[in-house]
Design a protein around this ligand. Structure first.
Ligand SMILES: Cc1ncc(C[n+]2csc(CCOP(=O)(O)OP(=O)(O)O)c2C)c(N)n1
Length: 374
């Protein structure tokens, strides 16, 4: 039986008058901001034309931009106009880092999915003017009542907006995307999230892929992993199902066999679908599973402590992950010091067969997850 043919819906062009109205609102606004969502990267059939057009719109308008975790790669991470990613479902948490969003009078939401990151978190007082730019009409919500809906093919609408927006070079740039302070390479285990994320970035080329699981590690990866190429960081946010990293990485490897693929998972989420190591071995999917070992459901523990002042039953015992990998017939690596993390990752990635790297992970940073980023 042949697989069904992939069919692509094409949407009509956005109305001229609507685009003009949107640009008028941009002109009148004092503190506009762009909030890009995963819709910008989803329709790869357009060859990332939407991403190119979005980046041009950002550059020409001079407006700073943030994006949700699931939209990693849609903005140029090295542009001073790019703000940190947002996606943690906790009031105030991301606004502490993205003050421009807190202060904005106008939000241009592009390809934004409100299920991923609720508008109540960025528009708590419902006082922001919203421009909705997407291929379909807005899903309405008390905190998401667009004044204008630019509905049409995203790449076409963005090209039009980029072309016609007033070119500005005088807008304030207050980026907080500072490079990370160098950390001692000699630190013993467990390793700080920033160190681990930096090692992953160093080990992978821009086109390579990371599939994240769900937990505190997802937040650290989304915030600290510079992503120049769209669809190279796959994050399950919004409904956020744990257990996605390992099967997701196998799928990514099947689609892009020439790219390196890492499954980036907490110990809790990894063990939910650990049986898929057998699949990876059987079908020869050369993925690398990074298991972030902290013997607890990290984000849940941090939330319980914050809300109730203590945590209940969030710690658990783990199997020896190196032995577990070997029991599945795949290579397993331990990483005793952070200095060895990068070379170990490289070795695992170069094996050409599935491998597991057990990474001692410092969960203490989770308690500061809602604070301003260093
Ligand atoms: C299938 C599923 N069950 C439960 C949850 C709720 N949940 C979200 S994060 C989390 C803990 C994740 O722990 P771990 O995988 O160890 O990652 P860490 O937070 O330590 O980085 C839980 C239980 C979920 N998102 N998905």
């Amino acid at each position: 039986m042949k697989p069904l043919e992939v069919r692509r819906t094409s949407y009509p062009k956005a109305q001229e008058a609507v685009i003009s109205r949107a640009l008028e609102l941009v002109k009148q606004s004092k503190n506009p901001i762009i909030l890009a969502g995963n819709g910008v990267a989803r329709r790869q059939a357009a060859g990332h034309a939407s991403v190119e057009a979005l980046r041009r719109f950002v550059r020409r308008s001079g407006i700073s931009a943030t994006h949700t975790y699931m939209a990693k790669g849609v903005l140029d991470p090295f542009s001073p106009q790019s703000l940190p990613a947002a996606g943690l479902q906790r009031p105030g948490a991301e606004l502490a880092n993205i003050t421009q969003l807190a202060e904005a009078d106008l939000v241009i939401a592009i390809g934004y999915d409100l299920v991923e990151w609720s508008p109540s978190l960025w528009n708590p007082k419902r006082d922001k003017i919203v421009i909705h730019v997407d291929s379909t009409a807005a899903e309405l919500d008390g905190h998401y009542q667009p004044s204008v809906e630019v509905v049409g093919e995203l790449d076409e609408s963005l090209t039009e907006l980029a072309e016609r927006v007033e070119e500005r070079k005088d807008r304030p740039i207050r980026t907080v995307n500072k490079p990370l302070a160098p950390m001692s390479k000699d630190s013993p285990a467990p390793f700080a999230p920033q160190q681990v994320v930096a090692a992953v970035r160093e080990a992978l080329a821009p086109e390579d892929i990371v599939v994240s699981d769900v937990g505190a590690h997802k937040v650290w990866l989304s915030r600290y992993y510079p992503t120049p190429v769209p669809n190279t960081v796959v994050v399950s946010n919004g409904l956020a199902s744990m257990g996605i990293a390992l099967p997701g990485a196998i799928a990514a490897k099947l689609v892009f066999p020439e790219r390196k693929v890492i499954a980036f998972a907490g110990d809790g989420g990894f063990l939910m679908n650990v049986q898929e190591l057998e699949t990876a071995k059987r079908i020869g999917a050369a993925i690398v599973c990074m298991v972030l070992v902290d013997d607890r459901l990290g984000i849940i523990e941090a939330n319980e402590k914050r809300i109730f002042g203590r945590a209940f039953a969030t710690e658990f015992g783990n199997p020896g992950f190196v032995e577990l990998a070997r029991a599945f017939g795949i290579a397993g690596f331990a990483v005793p010091t952070v200095r060895e993390l990068f070379p170990t990752l490289r070795r695992a990635l170069d094996l050409g067969e599935p491998a597991l790297v057990a990474v001692p992970w410092d969960h203490r940073a989770n308690e500061r997850i809602a604070d301003r980023m260093p």
